[in-house]
Each structure stands twice: as structure tokens, then as C-alpha cells.
Design a binder for this molecule. Structure first.
Ligand SMILES: Nc1ncnc2c1ncn2[C@@H]1O[C@H](COP(=O)(O)OP(=O)(O)OP(=O)(O)O)[C@@H](O)[C@H]1O
Ligand SMILES: [Mg+2]
Length: 377
């Protein structure tokens, strides 16, 4: 059989292979200037071929790899004993999102051995990383579940006894205001510990099959507005509901809890911002702090997205990813347990929805989006 390589169409075949390949491929000249990128490269990073050619791969660079990293990479590629480099890199696409890839760089040479340029082939690891995170989270929740089960048993019972005795004490010291106050504090603290154990059990519980029903969001969000009304008035926060006519598939008892958690966080974030002073965001918005809850339909009406925006202290980029982890809090000890958003995530997932967060950093407020399935009509 005639070999493909003897054939004069070989060049075209190789070209088509690279062109149609699902992995992003880039080819640079000796100086690192991009001379070719394949369609998968354009799709992954969001740049057109015209935008990419003439640039260097620095276009994709993130601060995750420093100069030392690149020096070592080039030393490896140019080392004739090794001759290539392979490793994980975080690239940045045109729209700013980060793409984790496994990148292989090899020099290509003239027949005499002189390097003419370099070829980089990337394998997009986004799905893989997401799955890894998911497994890690399940593992973590399973450990928390075991711990919480033990705590509920070993600490929950003595706590129950302590609470009973503290209540008895409270009755016995009715005529002694100082002792009464102390007993009340003890009961409050016992309830705090019990609440924490309950939260741990809640986030690690393997859910029973949740029966989702078609629920009108407007009354649920109006109830949240009523519950938050007094606190917001006192704190001079405008609480606005905007276009909240939307139906979702949900477990009704979950909805109020999750939206209250998010809105309470917003009030705390606004308090924190107030303590820091006026922000540019606030000046653009007429000087009054706000929490705005609105809904919109997505994906042709299949998804209802509930957005909760606030003019609070905002979130630093390095904290965005950690927000939904149990015990992550930026509040002072005793002020927050860091369980609120872990519970929100759990409730949303049990309703087969998603929750995400956006913030441009400190002082710029935050937006949480809860996406739930909308009933088909
Ligand atoms: N709207 C928001 N604006 C800015 N930061 C926020 C916002 N919501 C949450 N955060 C950040 O996320 C962290 C975690 O929130 P989470 O609700 O899980 O815990 P918490 O509010 O600290 O404690 P708690 O268990 O009492 O809810 C907060 O400490 C805060 O740093
Ligand atoms: Mg909270």
C-alpha cells in the first residue's frame, strides 16, 4: 500500500489534521510571534485569527505564571536532552475568563536542525478541573457529615442538658437582673453551637429526592422584603423588588431561607462599606445604599435567574472562589460562622439549580444569581 508520506498531498492532509483538530494549536516563529492558530484555538480563547496573528502567546498570559516559570520553561525546551515542555498553565481568554490547559511546546526545526519556530498544543482542562472540584467538595462534605453526626451525638446531648438547666436557672433568678442576663447569654451561646451543628448536618446531608413544585416567586420575595423591611429602614438601605413575576420549580420551604441568607449577607456587606466610607458605586447611584432583587428568564424561558445586587463592600477576587466553602467568612470571630452560603449552595443544588457570584472587587458591590428551572407551560 502506498504510504501517505510519499504522497504529494501529505502536506495538505497534515494541514487539515491540524486545522480540524479539537485541541487548540498555535505555531510561532523563532521570536515567538504567532504565525498560525487553528479554529479550536480561536474558539477556546475567543480571539479571531486576524487578532491573534502578529501577537505573541503573552496575549493569554495570567499572573499565575511568573517570569521564573517562563525562564524554566524555555530552558527545558532549549535543552537538547529534553527538547519539549509540558505542564499545566492558566490562560486568559479574550473575555477575561481563565482557561486551565495542559500545554505541550515543541520546537520545530529545519532539516539541518536549526530551530525555525515553536508549536504549542493545548488540552482544555476546564471540564476536568470542574469535575475535580466537585469530587473534592463531595469528599469534604462527606467528612463534615461524619464529624457533624458525631458532634450531634456527643455534644448535642450534653448541650440539651445544659440548656434545660440554664432555663431552670433563668426562672430561679427572676429577681436578680444581672444573673438573669448571664443565664440568657448562656442560653444564646448554647443555641449558637446547636445551630452550627444543625448547619453542618444540613450541608452534608444526602438529600432525599426533593419533589419540586411550580412556585410563584413574587409572594416569596415580597415576604422576604417584609421580613427585611424594618432592618433595612433602620440602616437606610433601599430594598427594591424589580420584575419579580416568575415561576420556578422549587421546594417552597427552601426558597425563603436561601433568599434571606443572601439578603442578610448584603445588609452586612453594606454595613461594612458604610464603615469604610463612600464608594464610587454609591456616588453613581445617588448616594443611597440599595439591595435590588430582580428576575429574568434565560435559555428560551427554561431558566429563571434571580439576581440580588447590593452596594456593599464587594468581594476581593481571591475570595470569590472560596465563598461557598463551609466556614469561609471574612467576619470577625463570633460575628459569622461562614455557613450561610454553603447552605445556599446546598439548597439550590437540591433544587437542581445553580448559584454564582460576581463582584469587581472591594467597594464595588456584589451580585448573586440563583438560577432555577422554570416550569414548562
Ligand atoms: N453580598 C456580599 N457582599 C460582599 N461579601 C459577601 C456577600 N455575601 C457574602 N459575602 C462574603 O462571603 C462570606 C461568607 O458568607 P456566608 O454567608 O457563607 O457566611 P457569613 O455571612 O460570614 O456567616 P453566617 O454563617 O453567619 O452566614 C462572608 O463572610 C463575606 O465575606
Ligand atoms: Mg451569611
Amino acid at each position: 500500500m502506498e504510504s501517505l508520506f510519499d504522497n504529494e498531498i501529505a502536506e495538505q492532509v497534515f494541514y487539515r489534521c491540524v486545522e480540524d483538530c479539537f485541541e487548540p494549536v498555535m505555531i510561532t516563529d523563532r521570536k515567538g510571534v504567532l504565525k498560525y492558530v487553528n479554529p479550536a484555538w480561536c474558539l477556546t480563547y475567543g480571539y479571531s485569527r486576524e487578532e491573534a496573528l502578529g501577537e505573541t502567546p503573552r496575549l493569554l498570559r495570567t499572573e499565575n505564571q511568573d517570569d521564573k516559570f517562563y525562564r524554566e520553561m524555555w530552558a527545558t525546551i532549549l535543552n537538547p536532552q529534553i527538547g519539549f515542555w509540558r505542564g499545566e498553565v492558566l490562560n486568559r481568554a479574550k473575555d477575561g475568563h481563565v482557561v486551565p490547559v495542559l500545554l505541550t511546546i515543541t520546537p520545530y526545526r529545519q532539516p539541518m536542525g536549526e530551530i525555525v519556530g515553536y508549536m504549542g498544543i493545548a488540552v482544555d482542562l476546564s471540564d476536568h478541573k470542574q469535575m475535580e472540584q466537585q469530587i473534592l467538595r463531595q469528599d469534604r462534605l462527606a467528612s463534615i457529615g461524619m464529624l457533624a453526626g458525631g458532634l450531634a451525638h456527643e455534644i448535642g446531648n450534653p448541650l440539651g442538658v445544659m440548656r434545660g438547666r440554664a432555663e431552670l436557672l433563668l426562672k430561679q433568678v427572676k429577681d436578680n437582673p444581672a444573673a438573669e442576663k448571664n443565664a440568657t447569654v448562656i442560653i444564646g451561646q448554647i443555641d449558637r453551637i446547636s445551630g452550627l451543628i444543625q448547619s453542618l448536618l444540613r450541608i452534608s446531608r444526602i438529600p432525599d429526592k426533593v419533589l419540586l413544585r411550580s412556585i410563584d416567586l413574587a409572594p416569596v420575595l415580597q415576604e422576604v422584603a417584609i421580613l427585611m423591611g424594618e432592618a433595612c429602614r433602620r440602616a437606610e438601605i433601599d430594598f427594591r423588588l424589580k420584575d419579580v413575576d416568575c415561576k420556578v420549580l422549587a421546594e417552597p420551604s427552601y426558597l425563603q431561607q436561601l433568599f434571606l441568607n443572601l439578603v442578610i449577607n448584603s445588609t452586612h456587606a453594606i454595613e461594612e462599606q458604610k464603615a469604610k466610607g463612600p464608594s464610587a458605586l454609591l456616588e453613581n447611584r445617588g448616594g443611597r445604599h440599595f439591595i435590588e432583587v430582580s428576575t429574568k428568564l434565560e435559555e428560551g424561558g427554561q431558566i429563571c435567574a434571580v439576581e440580588i445586587r447590593d452596594s456593599g463592600c464587594g468581594i476581593a477576587a481571591e475570595n470569590l472562589r472560596k465563598l461557598f466553602q463551609p466556614f469561609f467568612t471574612t467576619k470577625a470571630a463570633g460575628q459569622g460562622t461562614g455557613m450561610g452560603l454553603a447552605i445556599v449552595l446546598k439548597l439550590v443544588e437540591e433544587m437542581q439549580g445553580q448559584v454564582s457570584v460576581e463582584s469587581s472587587g472591594p467597594g464595588s458591590g456584589a451580585k448573586f444569581t440563583v438560577r432555577l428551572r422554570a416550569p414548562s407551560h
